[in-house]
Structure formats: C-alpha cells, structure tokens
Write a protein that binds this ligand. Sequence first.
Ligand code: ADP
Ligand code: MG
Length: 991
Amino acid sequence: MINWILKKIVGSKNQRDLKRLRPTVERINQLEEEYRALSDDDLRAKTAAWKERLAKIDDLAEVARVLDEILPEAFAVVKNGARRLVGQTVSVVDHPVEWNMVHFDVQLIGGMVLHQGRIAEMATGEGKTLVATLPLYLNALTGRGAHLVTVNDYLARRDSEWMGALYRFLGLTIGCIQHDQTPDVRRAQYACDITYGTNSEFGFDYLRDNGMATSKAQQVQRGYHYAIVDEVDSILIDEARTPLIISGPATVSTHQYDQFKPLVEQLVRKQTLLCNRLVSDAEELFAAGKPDEAGQLLFKVKLGQPRNKGLLRMMEDAERRRALDKAELSYYSDAQKEALFDLKEELLFTMDERAQEADLSEQGREFLNPNEPDAFVLPDLMTAFADIDNRKDLSDAQKSEEKAKLQAVCDRQGERIHNISQLLRAYCLFEKDVQYVVEDNKVVIVDEYTGRKMTGRRWSDGLHQAVEAKEGVQIDRETQTLATITIQNYFRLYHKLAGMTGTAETEANEFHDIYKLDVNVIPTNRAVLRQDHNDRIYKTRREKYNAVIQEVKTAHGKGQPVLVGTVSVEASEMLSRLLRREGIPHSVLNARYHMQEADIVARAGQAGTVTIATNMAGRGTDIKLGPGVKEVGGLYVVGTERHESRRIDRQLRGRCARQGDPGTTRFYVSFEDDLMRNFGAADRMTKIMERFGMQEGEELEHSWLNRSVETAQKRVEQRNYMSRRRTLEFDDVMNKQREVVYGLRNEAIETEDPRRLVYEIMDEAVPVKVQGFVGADGAEPNYAGLLNWVNVTFPVGLTAERAEFEKKTAQEASDFLLQQIKASYELKCAHEEPLAVLNLERYIVLNAIDRLWQEHLYAMDALREAVYLRAYGQKDPLTEYKNEAFEMFVELMGNIKNEVLNNLFRSTSNLMAFEKFLASLPAHLLKQAQPTAGGAPEIARPSGSPATANAPREEKVAVAIPRKEAPKAGRNDPCPCGSGKKYKNCCGRTA
Ligand code: ADP
Ligand code: MG
C-alpha cells in the first residue's frame, strides 16, 4: 500500500517535471520552422554570436542564466542543422552512413533534462546519441568545454564522428580521446568545444595532469564544466566499484618467487597426486554404495584442490554433488572444528576458493623446509614483546632494539609465507586462458565477467608476480600507487553533470544520494509493443539449459532472430557448445572486441540469426530488424539467468522492441543459479513449488515466482549499494586531502613567481621549527639546537653571539631568521641564471609534494587496513580512519614544507642534474600514457574479480589488539587466536 502511494507520488513528480517542459518543446519547434528560411551561413552565425556573448561573462551563475535563456533558440538551431544534413553521407568508423535524423519531441525533452543536470532515462533505441547533441551544443557555447563520456573507445569514436558532422556544420569543433594518443594529441582534443571519451581516459588524464605533470605545458585538460555520461548506470554504478589507479614500479622489491617456484611446483604436484587418488577412491566408494564416505573424500579434495579435474567432472552428477554438500555441511558445524582441522592437516595445503586464500599444513611446511619447519610460521610477537617488556636487565633503548630485531625476523618470515601463499594461489586457482592469457612474454588478465583482456592491469599484492613466475615469463616489479581517484570523485569535479541510459530508475536513490542526480523517465517516441513473459523456473541448471536450447531451436525454426543473454563468459561458451551440438549457427560475444562485436550485434535482428552475448557485449549498438522479422514477432530476447541487479535484466530486455517494433523477452532460471542459492530465493521457492506439487524435470512459471526472484535481487542491490557507499565514505577523506595537495601542486605549476610560493612556505615552516626548539610549554629552550638546525639547513653562518636567541621571543627569533635566510637566498640567486632558478624553485616544491604524497598514499592504504584490526570495540572504523588520517595529513603538510626548506640551498649546486631531468621529461610523460611500456608508471585498475573488489571490507570482524602494542596492526600480523598464522589467513577471531 505504502509502496503504491509512493509510486503514485514519484510517478506524478516525473510527470510534473516533464509537463513543465512541454511549452518549451512547442517554442523550439516553432523557432525551428522559422530558421528553415535562413541560409546555412546565417544559421551558423548564431553559434559565433552566442559564443562571443558568453565569453564575456565570468560569473558562472550568470552563464547558467544566459544558457537557460537561449535554450529554445539553441536547441532549434541544432534541430534545424540536423534537418539540413538529411540525405548527406557521413563517414563513421570508416563506414559511410546516411544522415536521416531530425530530433523528435521526446528527444528535445531528453535534451532539456540533460541540460538541467539530471539523468534522462530513455529506452534503448530512442536515439540518446542524438539527444546529447542538444545540451552539448548549448553548453559548449560557453567555451569552457563540454564532455561526453562513453563506456568504450569504440563508442567514443563512433559517436564523435557521427555527431561531429552536426557540430561542425554548426561551427563548433569536436575532439575525441582514444587510448593510444600522445599528450599533444590529447591536449588538442580537450581544446575543442566538445570532447568525447571514456571515463577511464578522462579520469587518468586528470590524475596525470594533477598528480604527475611538472609544468602547465604538460597538462592536457582544461577544466570540468559540463559532462554527460552515456550509459550512466554502467559507469557510475558498475564501474564505480574499482577506483582508477596510476602506479609505478615500487622502489624496493623483496620477492623470492623465483626461488620458491620449483619447491611449490613439487608441492602442487604431490598434492595433485594425492587428490587424484582420493577422487578415484571416492569413485569406488560410490560404486560400492557408500555415498557418505565417498562424500567425505570429495570434500577433502575440495579443500586441497578445488579445481581438480576429476572433482569437477564428478560435480556434474547431482547425487555426488549432494554427497559432497552433506559432508561439507557436517564439517562446518561447530562440533566438528577439530575434525576439520585434522582433515586439513592430512593435506599438504588447503585452498579456500571463495576467499582466494591458501594455507600450508604442517606436512606442507615440512616438505618445503624439512630442516626448519618454523620457517613458515610467524613468531608470536605479542607474547615476545610482552616478555621483552618484562625484562629487568634491559634499558628502554635496548628493549626497543630487541623488539625491532624481532619485528625484522617476523617481516622476513611474513614475506616468505606470503610468497608461498601467492604461488599456491597462482598454481591452484588461476588457470591460463581462463583468468589470464600469456602474450608477448606478459601475463594479461582476462575479466571473467566480460571476457575482455585487461592489458596493463595487474593483480595486486604480489599475485601477478607469482603468476609470472609460474608461467616463466619475466617477473615485473611490484607496483606502488602514484595517483588514485574513485570514479565517483572524478565526476564530482564537474560543475554540472548529467547522464543518460535505458535503465536508471531502479538505482534512482543511489544517483540522488551520491551524485545529486535526479532521474527523469522520458516517454518513448512510439508505444512499446514488447511482451515480457514470466520467468520459467527449473530445478537444475541442466534442465534449464536444455529448455533454453529447445526454445532457441523453435524460434530459429520459424526464422525469428534470438538474442541469448548470459551473465558470464563461461555460460556463453557452454551454451555455444550446446547449440553447436544441435547444429544451430550462432555468434558469441564476450565484450572482447568492441568494434567487431558492435557489427555482429547490429546484425542480430536479421531473420534466423542467433546471438549469444554477455550483458556488456555490444552495449550502445542498435539492433534493427531485418525484412520479414516483424511478421514473426520481432527479436526474441532470452535471458539464461537473472543477474544480481534488476537493472541489468531490464537492460537486456530493452534490446528488443525498439521504436515501436514487436519483440518478446523471457528469463530462464534454475534453483542452482548463484542468485537463487545465495540469497534465499531457492528456499522460498522450493516451498511454493512443493505446494504446486512440481516434479523433477518440470518447469514452472507464475508471476509470484518472479517476485521472489526480484526480492532476492533487491537484497543484493542493497548490499552492493551499501558497500559502494562505504568505499566512497573512505575515499571522501582522501578526496579532501587530494584537493588540497593537488591545489598546492597546481599553484606551483601555474605560478609565474614560484619564489613567492617558496617564501610563503618558508614563512609558515620556520616559525613552527623555532617554536619546537624554544617555545615548547614548560620545557627548557634549546637555543643550541635551534642554532645547529639553522646552520645545517641554510648557509647563513650564524653564531650564538649574532643570533642572541635568549634575548628574543619566539616570534622575534622567527622574524630574524626569515630575514637572514631570505637575504642569503637572494644573494645566492643573484649568481644564477634567473630562468633556471625559477624552474628549480618550481621543481623543489613539486618534488617535495610528490615524494611525500606518495608515501602518504601508501601510509593511508596501510591505515585503512589497520583500522579494522584496532581495538575499536564499539568504535567506528571510519571515525578512527578520519581522525588518524587528519593527523597524518597535518604531518604531511608540515613535512612538505620542511622538505622544501631543506632542499632550497642544497640543490642549487646540482643544477646540472636538474636540467637533465627536465630534458628527459616529455619522453617520460609519453610513456606514462602507454601503460604497457616497461619501467614507466602503469595505469591500472586494481585486482580482483568484481565480486572480491566489491566485497565490503567493513564486514571483517573487529579484533581487540591493544593499540599501544600494535599501532599499525595489519592483515599480515599474527592472528590473536594464537595460531601463529597471519590474521588474514586465520579465523578472524577476537583475542
Ligand atoms: P540509444 O543510444 O538510445 O539506444 P542510438 O543513439 O544508438 O539509441 O540510436 C538508435 C537508432 O535510432 C540509430 O540508428 C539512430 O539512427 C536512430 N535515430 C535516433 N534518433 C532518430 C531520429 N530523430 N530520427 C530517425 N532515426 C533516429
Ligand atoms: Mg546509446
């Protein structure tokens, strides 16, 4: 009831919003009719006139007012321009395309919604590409740049070339960012009135400009005025799980993968033999009618080698699977904890596929290092530290020395265990040509979700190196974060943001809360004829797939094209095999090759075609129906599994029945689907189905059951939203700091007078230093220390007599020193070449910022990990994080200033080296733009399948480690349960 009322209100708000725009639509159309009488040049002249008018206005509120005022005329100009292009041929990604579009009324409405900084939900095929031309034209008139963000490079190019015809006709310039462009080319694209590109290219350019460029000339972007995000749900919600990261090789690398590889290889071989034997024993037990005992053996194999081929083969059989499930269930009960431990000890190591972790058993440790079995166990630091503290024979200094020694041993041991564990993961959980491929002597990650190759991405935490060791390719150095930003925070930079997609409504809350974006649902140009059927539900996957194949066969038989949607590459390939067996020709798309796949998808509406695609494949490409297809019902969309998110299902349904075409959709679901198993839908349904008296092999459909599935989906959506929000709350802390640091950095880059900046820094830093020596409350002033600091940092040759610090207040001492230092600095500079000095001053500031900011990023990462392990009991990790982060930031800013002071005189002597550095810069930056170039910083998104990247870290159990003893307790510290294992590999229990 409440829901219904809410819907009424929300629905009518949308209608009110749209109704308000109606009169403007009339006005635009009226103006457009008038403009038909103008010559091409007269029409174009309007662009120039508006640009000139807007260029004179500085105040952004005034700019916005003028834009609102000229909107009807500007939209009319664009629409009229489109009309004039009709019949002309435009070259789009090397294909000739005839222009045949003039904006529909609903497209004008969509354009206004986008101009207002909202999200326009417009169904697939409604022509959003054309809609965007209206607000982009209008907002580009400001001369401040307007950006259109697409999901891949191919679409950026396609849309910019296609719509470019219209912009150019109207007298605007248009650019397009592509992955392989050099900085010069990029700069030229950004300088255009309108720029198309992908979210990651925009984001990485931001990071390079603000975090890496060392002069204004190297920066490529020019501000963040207005952006429209196409497929906004995909970019701001799905992609927002993983932040953008630019990383460079770490300065130190301690790995020993080479050394451990042969040992681990033997270990894995031994375990494989063991597991194969267990599988064949289990086979015999099944044959002998002892499924319970067989199940136990299979469970053991699952622990030791979850991807064992024999095990996987057995799992195809429902009875065997049940036996394994039963054994597993029994072992995970509390009473069986010890039995489980014993079982694990019978293996050499165990693998947790879900948590992606590997653990050595006693046997395994002995195998690796028979003489020193403890080499792979962490020392019990807590107890050892306590013992040291209790020793009476040691002074405090000796105590900390002892602790430091112990810590070093522990670190070495930890590194070793970590290396082994990563190697085990590499061997047992990562399969070549599934999770990764080897190309040009490099390990390239394959996204399991889309099948796309992720060139340049690396798994973190040494895993990538472990896989490199396994494949015998060159082991690249571990990387370190140089710059990072979340997609959310990149898009918040824009003065005005808008978005468009076929599916936004279900995520309206998130758009509103996080981006302040409201959603307007725009009606379609023609009535939608699509028929969405109830889900068909099966007990097992096998039955489900068989039914899908039969359905495809029937449709194919009558010439109806079918688009089969899957949730994973694996499922796509399985279906493809089944179709091949039936002799049905088809294409498979995994979002691997955007351009070719767009071509194939475009043809998916031809009579008799069958296309299998994951949900991202061919997104943004229009499926037009071939001749005779309308008569057989249009495109038939078959979903083979409900996705975690309702939005993705809607997206799939929306691929058919565009622009008043006929079309049908249906989803096939089984109780064995992940969604059903993990979120309780299966249980509820089993009950319903039992009531219906459903038998094995039967199918069922009813709208009640659909609702059950959707309840499960809502639950997952909510969970994912909370975790994205949490990620953002943490990044917000970092975001504020980033703004300050990038602000300072840009000041250093942009200022014509870096000396003023250096002096400002000096003015702030020197009094703090002086205060530290002579102003500390209650402490004896340390005049000698102050004098010493001055004389080692600045060449002022100050004597105690001349300084007379005792006679000065702290303030007077500071003033006196500042004057001395500046005088000495001016003297020094008088002998240098002015331009060189200027560059050097800039460099000193930048260098201090970059070096310390990178260290800070590293420390912030560690802090993030650490707050979960703190004794926060009732404390909120986020609050802890904020407080500590603030303290660290204050310290960082202080350190930056000190570093500038320290280097001011020191590096003048080294001008030669500095000039060499400058000379090397352009090439250096060029390499940054190409993530694969060896040695140069690489551009990557962090590791992890979407599921793990998305796993809320907040759910980790709080651990009571007294803060004093373990100020930076991390995942690599020993677990407080006393097992001696790393916390992250252990039980997660509190002490
Ligand atoms: P969307 O992004 O909304 O799914 P597209 O921008 O890809 O849709 O456009 C879908 C198809 O509709 C394209 O083939 C385009 O040529 C066509 N189209 C869009 N607007 C118009 C229009 N006003 N008149 C005629 N065809 C149009
Ligand atoms: Mg589109």
